[in-house]
Design a protein around this ligand. Structure first.
Ligand SMILES: *[C@@H]1O[C@H](CO)[C@@H](O)[C@H](O)[C@H]1NC(C)=O
Ligand SMILES: *[C@@H]1O[C@H](CO)[C@@H](O)[C@H](O)[C@H]1NC(C)=O
Ligand SMILES: *[C@@H]1O[C@H](CO)[C@@H](O)[C@H](O)[C@H]1NC(C)=O
Ligand SMILES: *[C@@H]1O[C@H](CO)[C@@H](O)[C@H](O)[C@H]1NC(C)=O
Ligand SMILES: *[C@@H]1O[C@H](CO)[C@@H](O)[C@H](O)[C@H]1NC(C)=O
Ligand SMILES: *[C@@H]1O[C@H](CO)[C@@H](O)[C@H](O)[C@H]1NC(C)=O
Ligand SMILES: *[C@@H]1O[C@H](CO)[C@@H](O)[C@H](O)[C@H]1NC(C)=O
Ligand SMILES: *[C@@H]1O[C@H](CO)[C@@H](O)[C@H](O)[C@H]1NC(C)=O
Ligand SMILES: *[C@@H]1O[C@H](CO)[C@@H](O)[C@H](O)[C@H]1NC(C)=O
Ligand SMILES: *[C@@H]1O[C@H](CO)[C@@H](O)[C@H](O)[C@H]1NC(C)=O
Ligand SMILES: *[C@@H]1O[C@H](CO)[C@@H](O)[C@H](O)[C@H]1NC(C)=O
Ligand SMILES: *[C@@H]1O[C@H](CO)[C@@H](O)[C@H](O)[C@H]1NC(C)=O
Length: 764
């Protein structure tokens, strides 16, 4: 491009922008600049983002790993000139990006295309009240807007996807088809051979792209071919370059034609990609009526667990994918209304904390929910058992593990706020597996195994992380019960919880226990004796007090409470340091020079466990500097690396005693989340001095992790505290409770429990 041309373009861009300011207000005053924004984020395998750093949205959409392109393009034709709106940098004119808005369910690009200002909205529904809708992996993209000059213009709107959504390998063979339902037309594409093991990109999915049928001729046109059946709309499969050339022609009556024959091919062939497209012709308009498309990626079954295929919950409501897509497309108006209402509710509540907090919630919530896959099983007759709820969470960005307990803990605040019932199915499979596993063990299992989507269960010896995982499970189980009032899980698995509690009481201060969730080499947590693990153990035992009370084991509750009180005293003795009037908490027992994010205090605060009094929280608020641009390091020996999820746990825990510290912690995470000099999807792992994250393709890098559900940690504090009710058949009153393993019935459940608080920790 010659310099003169550039100047002309800049001037024209500027004048268009000024014009838009005067007539159709763009409404954008952008203050939040994430390097990557969510477009379609509903599951571990349906997780597409857009890199914003080039200052224009027509760059390729990418998978959560920030590496693999998931081809998805939007084009607007205005007065016979085609403008790209989002996704692949296709061979048509650029539009001008006026700004980006992120809400909990939506990402909105405001764009100028010739004389029109358009809002392109990517809506990833969050449906906490309806498990059918929540589990169906679909998203909407919709366009509205209008002319800056108030005049009519000829407008056609176009969206397509490529088959890059269904495989990591561009040479993969694919099959496709186009189907009409009562209310929609959709293309679907899948690998010709499904491969059920994969790392990030699924190799066993169906991707689909749909648009609503319109007009009164719907039923008559059902008999016709898809291309003809949709007045004002055209649906076809062709190569990208063939369609770009047609869209770019200066013709008033655009009839798209395909250069492909048959229904099989490769994802990419000699530089050409088959694309699955829908065009809408709006005719002459000054205001663009809301025009929407739907896209989805379906895996079935989600996994096999304990020899049973686990299918997504939505299959209980629809016999076929076609039925489900039809319903999803028909539901667009209502889904949009629900999304706007949920966004309003959450944004209002979060903004009452701070606008920076509201930004973090908006960016983090979709990826949190995308970690949650609710499944059911089929009986022999094929009918679904919708009481058999098991949810799976892939530890996206951090490991390939399924339902790791520390990941569930990060996700938990989002579920606690939205619908605490959703926590139950996440812990159910861990408890169910351990209950029936021959491996036994007196501590909680760390996960269901790996790599996702394989969930064989974990029978390895994980005693060295037993306190961590047992504490997590006791906290999660109580959070579920407190948030719902439903104590069924507490009663059903009470003997397991007793084992976890005994193990926790016995081992919390054992230096061989480490904070397993900090063991990642990047965090450099290779020392033992970490005080934050002590908080986990004590909080876990305090949670057990309430669990025991709920199931009627009053004597057990008293004994757990007495142990916990002693442990808090010991912990405080070894952890709380005073210098003059100032107090602080150490990160390593008996080492006043160490410090770190005591994030396990959050469970105490959230669940009202009463494990630590305000003096401990005040000491924590004093204990570290918030002077680094990107927040507070995990600890004094973490090489300036931190985690955003744990930072938000501390921010929430300190909400009462020091709102100033809370806001400073939020500001650090916000500075990183809004730093477009970094790259990658919203990561929980980075350097607080430089903002640098971990490279793409290196695990762990925290990209798109569901643990960002912790952004909801402050809002979750307002969850109503329900009275827990346990079915009478599952009560464990102190004198009739089944004995734990290895003990004679009738003996006290806490037999043999000895609190080891002396002699084990002697720092020289
Ligand atoms: C990057 O962020 C800065 C604010 O920190 C903003 O001014 C700039 O416009 C952003 N760049 C892009 C391309 O969004
Ligand atoms: C669209 O692109 C063509 C070719 O690059 C260029 O000649 C034309 O001026 C552009 N039109 C507009 C409205 O920018
Ligand atoms: C919460 O979710 C569960 C299952 O996911 C659902 O059955 C229930 O109706 C939801 N509760 C509310 C209050 O929406
Ligand atoms: C476009 O989106 C912006 C930001 O959300 C909003 O202020 C504006 O009203 C929207 N415009 C239209 C036409 O919907
Ligand atoms: C735009 O066209 C519509 C018909 O499509 C017509 O009703 C309307 O009056 C026109 N508006 C303008 C401003 O020309
Ligand atoms: C399209 O063709 C019409 C009629 O030939 C002409 O007036 C108009 O300038 C052309 N538009 C573009 C963008 O080339
Ligand atoms: C375009 O199509 C409209 C409606 O079918 C018709 O009235 C018009 O004559 C066509 N124009 C051209 C240039 O073919
Ligand atoms: C359905 O699942 C629940 C929970 O796992 C189980 O208790 C019940 O027996 C199952 N019902 C049938 C008919 O299999
Ligand atoms: C707890 O420690 C005591 C004393 O060492 C031991 O007898 C008991 O078996 C331990 N319990 C568990 C669950 O490890
Ligand atoms: C919830 O209620 C229990 C039992 O009354 C109480 O111990 C706990 O502190 C309460 N939790 C919160 C967060 O208020
Ligand atoms: C993303 O950031 C990492 C580390 O911060 C860097 O190594 C990598 O080259 C960056 N990638 C891109 C595409 O900018
Ligand atoms: C942890 O405590 C043990 C037992 O007192 C001691 O041997 C070890 O040196 C301590 N480790 C650190 C890193 O302080």
């Amino acid at each position: 491009m010659r310099p003169g041309q550039l100047l002309t373009q800049l001037v024209s861009v500027l004048s268009l922008f000024l014009l838009s300011e005067c007539t159709v207000a763009s409404g954008i005053r952008q203050t939040f600049f994430p390097p990557s924004v969510p477009l379609a984020v509903r599951s571990p395998v349906f997780n597409t983002w857009l890199d914003t750093r080039g200052g224009q949205p027509s760059v390729s959409a990418v998978f959560a790993n920030d590496v693999h392109i998931t081809g998805w393009a939007g084009i607007a034709r205005v007065d016979q000139v085609a403008y790209r709106l989002w996704g692949a940098p296709r061979a048509v004119n650029a539009s001008t990006w006026l700004g980006t808005t992120v809400t909990p369910t939506r990402t909105i690009f405001t764009l100028q295309a010739g004389p029109m200002v358009l809002n392109v909205t990517f809506l990833s529904p969050i449906e906490p009240t309806d498990p059918v809708k929540q589990s169906f992996p679909g998203v909407y993209v919709y366009i509205d807007g209008g002319a800056t000059d108030g005049k009519n213009h000829s407008v056609q709107l176009f969206s397509d996807i490529s088959a890059e959504w269904v495989s990591n390998n561009l040479a993969t063979a694919i099959d496709w088809s186009t189907t009409s339902t009562a209310s929609a037309i959709y293309h679907q594409v899948q690998p010709s051979t499904l491969v059920h093991t994969f790392q990030d990109l699924p190799e066993d999915v169906v991707a689909w792209h749909a648009i609503a049928l319109v007009g009164p001729l719907r039923s008559i046109h059902l008999k016709l071919t898809p291309l003809q059946s949709n007045p004002g709309r055209q649906s076809l499969v062709a190569t990208d370059s063939a369609l770009d050339a047609q869209l770019a022609t200066n013709t008033t009556n655009l009839t798209l034609t395909s250069d492909l024959t048959g229904t099989t091919g490769l994802i990419e062939n000699n530089g050409l990609f088959p694309i699955f497209a829908h065009l809408v012709d709006l005719g002459e308009v000054a205001t663009i009526p809301t025009t929407s498309w739907a896209v989805g990626v379906v895996r079935d079954p989600i996994t096999t667990f304990q020899n049973t295929a686990r299918r997504s919950f939505w299959w209980s409501a629809y016999a076929t994918l076609a039925d489900a897509i039809n319903a999803f497309v028909l539901d667009f108006d209502a889904a949009q209304t629900r999304a706007l209402a949920l966004d309003e509710q959450i944004t209002t509540a979060a903004t009452a904390i701070s606008s920076q907090y509201a930004d973090l919630v908006a960016l983090g919530l979709r990826q949190a929910l995308a970690g949650y896959e609710l499944t059911i099983s089929a009986a022999a007759d094929g009918a679904f058992n919708t009481s058999d709820l098991v949810a799976f969470m892939k530890d996206t960005g951090n490991s390939q593990r399924v339902n790791p307990t520390e990941g569930l803990l990060g996700l938990m605040p989002a579920l606690m706020y939205l619908n605490a019932s959703m926590i139950g199915p996440l812990i159910e499979p861990l408890l169910r597996f351990q209950q029936t596993s021959a491996a036994g063990y007196d501590y909680a299992l760390p996960d269901l195994g790996s790599p996702y989507p394989s969930a064989p269960g974990n029978t390895a010896d994980n005693s060295d992380v037993g306190v961590e995982n047992s504490g997590n499970m006791l906290i999660l189980a109580l959070a579920h019960a407190r948030g719902t009032g439903d104590g069924t899980i507490l009663g059903q698995y009470y003997t397991l919880f007793q084992r976890y509690a005994s193990f926790t009481a016995n081992n919390t201060f054992d230096p061989s226990q480490q904070t397993s969730d900090s063991l990642e080499p990047i965090l450099q947590q290779d020392v033992a004796n970490i005080t934050n693990l002590g908080v986990k153990g004590i909080a876990g035992l305090r949670a057990m007090v309430q669990i025991a009370e709920a199931v009627g084991d009053e004597a057990g509750a008293a004994e757990y409470a007495s142990l916990a009180t002693k442990m808090t005293a010991t912990w405080t003795d070894w952890t709380l340091f005073s210098a003059g009037a100032s107090t602080s908490l150490g990160w390593v027992y008996r080492d006043g020079s160490s410090q770190g994010l005591m994030y396990n205090l959050y469970a105490d605060k959230l669940l009202g466990l009463g494990a630590f009094d305000d003096s401990i929280y005040e000491a924590e608020a004093n204990g570290y500097s918030t002077s680094n641009t990107y927040g507070v390091a995990l600890s004094s020996d973490s090489n300036f690396m931190t985690r955003s999820d744990w930072t938000l746990f501390v921010a929430a825990a300190l909400s009462d005693v020091s709102p100033t510290t809370r806001d400073a912690l939020v500001a650090g995470v916000h500075a990183r989340a809004s730093n477009n000099a970094t790259n990658g999807t919203f990561s929980n792992l980075y350097n607080v001095q430089t903002g640098a994250g971990v490279e793409q393709g290196i695990s762990p890098n925290g990209f798109a992790t569901p643990a960002q559900g912790a952004m909801m940690a402050v809002l979750a504090l307002s969850t109503p505290n329900k009275t827990i009710s346990v079915p009478s058949s599952l009560m464990h009153s102190s004198f009739s409770s089944p004995a734990p393993r290895g003990e004679a019935k009738g003996e006290r459940s806490l037999h043999g429990l000895v609190l080891q608080t002396s002699g084990t920790l002697q720092k020289s």
